[in-house]
Design a protein around this ligand. Sequence first.
Ligand SMILES: [Zn+2]
Length: 201
Amino acid sequence: MMKKKEIQPTPVELIPVKCPGCKKSIRSGGQDIFFYCDYCDTGYELSGNKLRPVVLEFKRYRGKLKGEARNIPFWAFRAKLTIHLREASHTTTSLFSELGKLLSGKIPGMRSKSELMFYVPAHQSPPDKIASLGRRFTINQPVFEDSEFCEFEELAYNSEDAAKLADYIFLSSEIEKPDVISRLKYTLELKMPRLVIVSFV
Ligand SMILES: [Zn+2]
């Protein structure tokens, strides 16, 4: 005898969007990932069903981005890369990608590793564009000017998803190298996420 399968609807959990700090209503920065309280000037990201305060910075960058000037959110992490094992068709470490060399502290004269920032674009964009922009910023370690509060592109990722994207950005730059990697074991530590809104001028 066939058993009838009952389909249970997944319960929808409604999250009252109130500022955890001052309990006033807060507005969503799109996609229900980022929220902002106008009363106490605090940004929050949604993680699971909890609102977590976010360090929010507005910066100006004197560099062009294809298309018109936009205000783009980036998750910025303090980053440290440790390579445990790398086996490839060529064996020298000089074949690391520029990003890999930078993150693992193999570029002499660079700022100390603790200050190195990994940038992950947080707006909606195709994966290859996210990767190339993230790589460009992380390799360049841009010096920003402070800027004022402004509206910005909707967030497509919270900081946890951005950390996974950072892995993808790192791996995609290693994979683009001419030597063929057969084994790669690494730890990419990403700490203290900040949301940096970059205005391209
Ligand atoms: Zn508030």
